[in-house]
Design a protein around this ligand. Structure first.
Ligand SMILES: C[S@@+](CC[C@H](N)C(=O)[O-])C[C@H]1O[C@@H](n2cnc3c(N)ncnc32)[C@H](O)[C@@H]1O
Length: 437
């Protein structure tokens, strides 16, 4: 794809143009938000602004795209890049603190940066009309509850069916920008040590929901977080930090992390219980490299393997005492961290995930020692991937039982406070009954 030209334009125009290019890639080619950003050569000074606009435009795309539609004549088509620019500009007008008239001027210049100078007057006219008729145009699209909530209709409906009384909490959390949550490496520091260190450096931080978690008030580049390069902290949501406690591996046990990459939970398992014999497996070789990098940064050791957990060619035949299955899923509990989920997921994807999840759970059950424990986990809030699937598994595998109530976390909004902040996760703790039991 052609990248934008560099011209003498208003400050901010190049960043808006780049954000529009990245949005066009997600919408048109179905690539992830991160892959879209990585594929563009963005001036270092613009990176933070491009990411912020791109992420915001994705987050509110299900509302902003129809809003852009109200500015066009019925049946009028605009080139995908102009549409993406219009959506990014509307994001700036609706959801940022940018002064409206300068945001319009920046969008007009961004059209020139994109080589769409002929569309500059058209964009100017549309955005100025938006400013004049904003209330009426917004009311037209907000008639639809899913559009008003900036969610695709199918997803909004599934969330409503799954959590009828919590829908507004879910929607609000999904539409927030996420907090940066850290996990303290308890082998090297305590949470109090790290909170003190952050306070000394003027970084606003508070204890999080998990006893190893810290919430930073301002999101920042993680490599700038004190202690990160030294392996004292990692980035991990507080809800994700429940996995190690629920798996409850003991020193000397053989533990399999069946879907390990990029290694967040695998590293936490080792930090919590250094004496375990951990195999960290993932099917995706490029992601397995990230497991290695995280282990190295934290000074931890595991057997790392690439393979399909459901096809144990990689297995040495020795059963595992504990197995974590952090299954591939819809990601509907972590939409605020990955707002491209709103655009990239299709209703049919849920059934495909359920098929993979069933297969993983059933096959991993064969790798478990009698009396052993499986922790089945997802970052989904949909019962089809969680309680319903586990219920079916238990009916089909009478030798297994739940050892405790499932943990089903819905994402909490930031207004709930650091101590209650979590993304959406599901955990089911299943044990194989000991032989003869
Ligand atoms: C939710 S992510 C795991 C996150 C990881 N546990 C962590 O905490 O950093 C799911 C992972 O499952 C992997 N995966 C998907 N199907 C798999 C399979 N059949 N066998 C092994 N890994 C698989 C994906 O490549 C992906 O890395």
């Amino acid at each position: 794809m052609n990248e934008p030209a560099r011209l003498d334009v208003a400050p901010g125009a190049a960043a808006l143009a780049m954000a529009a290019c990245a949005l066009e890639l997600v919408v048109g080619r179905g690539v992830t938000a991160e892959a879209a950003l990585q594929s563009l050569s963005i001036a270092p000074a613009d990176r933070a602004a491009v990411r912020a606009i791109h992420t915001g435009a994705l987050r509110f795309y299900p509302r902003l795209s129809p809003l852009a539609g109200t500015l066009l004549q019925p049946g009028q088509q605009v080139p995908p890049r102009v549409h993406a620019l219009l959506v990014c500009a509307l994001h700036q007008l609706e959801y940022s603190r940018a002064p409206a008239h300068s945001a319009v001027n920046i969008a007009v210049d961004a059209a020139r940066v994109l080589g769409a100078g002929s569309a500059a007057g058209f964009i100017n006219a549309l955005l100025r009309r938006f400013l004049r008729e904003r209330g009426g145009l917004a009311a037209r699209v907000d008639v639809d509850a899913a559009t008003a909530a900036a969610h695709p209709r199918w997803l909004h409906q599934r969330l409503r069916e799954s959590h009828p009384t919590r829908l507004s909490q879910l929607v609000a959390a999904n539409n927030e920008s996420p907090a940066l949550v850290l996990r303290v490496n308890v082998q090297r520091a305590t949470r109090d040590d790290m909170l003190r260190r952050f306070a000394e450096q003027g970084i606003a931080a508070a204890p999080g929901l998990a006893d190893t978690s810290i919430v930073l008030e301002q999101a920042t580049d993680v490599s700038a977080v004190p202690g990160f390069d030294e392996g004292l902290v990692s980035v991990q949501d507080a809800g994700a930090q429940r996995a190690a406690e629920l798996l409850d591996a003991r020193p000397g046990e053989r533990v399999l992390d069946a879907c390990a990459a990029p290694g967040g939970k695998a590293c936490h398992l080792l930090e919590r219980t250094p004496g375990i014999e951990l195999t960290a497996l993932d099917i995706d070789a490029s992601r397995v490299e990230r497991v290695q990098q995280n282990l190295a940064r934290l000074g931890l050791a595991a057997r790392v393997a690439t393979g399909d957990a459901a096809d144990p060619a990689w297995w040495d035949g020795q059963p595992f005492d504990r197995i974590l299955i952090d299954a591939p899923c819809s990601g509907t509990g972590v939409i605020r961290r990955h707002p491209d989920i709103k655009l990239l997921r299709r209703p049919g994807d849920i059934g495909s995930f359920v098929t993979q999840q069933r297969r993983l759970l059933a096959r991993c059950a064969d790798l478990l020692a009698p009396g052993g424990r499986i922790l089945y986990a997802t970052c989904s809030v949909l019962p089809a991937e969680n309680q319903l699937l586990v219920g079916d598994f238990l009916r089909e595998h009478p030798s297994f039982q739940r050892v405790r109530e499932d943990v089903a976390l819905l994402p909490t909004p930031r207004s709930a406070g650091a101590a209650a902040l979590t993304d959406g996760f599901y955990y089911a703790c299943l044990e194989m009954k000991a032989e003869g039991a």
